[in-house]
Ligand binder design. Structure first.
Ligand code: FDA
Length: 301
């Protein structure tokens, strides 16, 4: 961690909560399902679809996982009731991944079953490397029962190419979000050189698309968006084989350009009461985000 990053981590507890709320409000839809519905409606009107994420992870009690399942079930019903173009994204630690794998599997099954009934989809987010194997294991079991579920692969992980090849071989075709990866991992398991992470991102997208899988290209890095445009052109891919994905409140100009080019774009919309814990922990985990947020807040990017 650089000196600047250490400084960022050190100052986080001193940032006044109202200021944190102000900054977070650009990236988080609010605290309630109603707030989330409003944000998605606005995005749908701008030509974007959405994926909704209930904030919260690393729970310690089964009841917390059950409460999360209830919230997600209500959320799926609300999406249906409001007729919005959205699905959901879920972190498995919030559904009990670190408590009991069978319990977590049952919780995921409840969500995917409901999503199937409502003709929508559940994306399983990827968390830090201590979760990778178990997350893919649960995905794989659920995918044998349902088509309406996808996972996330992180381009910084050295294992990722093997993981997508394995999953694609096991399930004929898979629906994968490709992202760079947000957690701080050690060099023995993750690429540290951003040029390699970017090249690996493009490689993973190509490997998946060439083999008939559906890809969510999740990035705000215009070089990677451009590389996907070129790949789509070279492979003569129809538009229903991929989508672009971005986080709420990040580079809205790029978002609008992608929509204008006629591509499907999905915005990741987090909401929930635990926005403060989520924001501060994320900043501590990866101070690079704090620099992005600060620059964008000051109008420097
Ligand atoms: P890069 O980090 O190079 O950023 C490119 C530019 O985008 C920056 O220069 C900056 O201007 C802007 N930017 C990026 N992130 C920003 C932010 N948070 N705030 C303000 N500006 C920002 N990770 C993971 O490990 N597991 C997961 O499940 C997911 N899920 C996910 C879903 C979606 C829809 C997206 C877009 C991203 C994720 N991620 C994720 C996060 C991902 O791994 C990655 O950390 C971020 O997207 C940033 O990487 P970029 O590809 O945007 O490139």
């Amino acid at each position: 961690m650089s000196l600047f990053d250490r400084l960022v981590v050190w100052t986080i507890p001193f940032v006044p909560k109202p200021l944190m709320r102000h900054v977070a409000s650009n990236y988080i839809a609010g605290e309630t399902i109603a707030d989330a519905m409003r944000a998605v409606k606005d995005l749908n009107e701008r030509g974007c679809c959405a994926t909704l994420d209930v904030l919260g992870e690393f729970i310690t009690k089964n009841e917390e996982a059950e409460a999360a399942v209830d919230e997600y079930l209500k959320l799926l019903d609300a999406i249906q009731a409001e007729q919005l173009d959205a699905n959901v994204s879920v972190k498995l630690t919030m559904l009990g991944l670190k408590l009991d794998l069978d319990f977590c599997l049952q919780n995921v099954r409840k969500l995917v079953q409901r999503a199937k009934e409502l003709n929508t989809f559940v994306r399983i987010d990827m968390e830090d490397s201590s979760c990778t194997t178990d997350t893919l294991g649960i995905y794989s079991k659920i995918r044998k029962e349902f088509d309406d579920v996808g996972f996330v692969i992180q381009a910084y992980m050295r294992r990722s190419l093997n993981d997508i090849q394995q999953q694609a071989a096991d399930h004929k075709h898979v629906n994968v979000r490709v992202c760079k990866g947000i957690y701080v991992e050690s060099r023995d398991i993750a690429y540290k050189d951003m040029a390699i992470v970017n090249a690996n991102f493009n490689w993973l997208v190509e490997e998946l698309l060439k083999n008939g899988n559906y890809v969510g290209v999740a990035t705000h890095d215009e070089k990677l968006v451009w590389a996907t445009y070129k790949l789509i052109h070279d492979l003569k891919l129809p538009k229903d084989k991929f989508e672009f994905q971005m986080l709420l409140g990040v580079d809205e100009q790029l978002r609008d350009l992608i929509v204008k080019d006629g591509y499907k774009l999905r915005i990741y919309v987090p909401y929930g009461q635990r926005w403060y814990e989520y924001s501060t922990r994320r900043l501590k985990e990866n101070p690079r985000i704090a620099t992005y947020v600060l620059k964008s807040w000051l109008g420097l990017s």
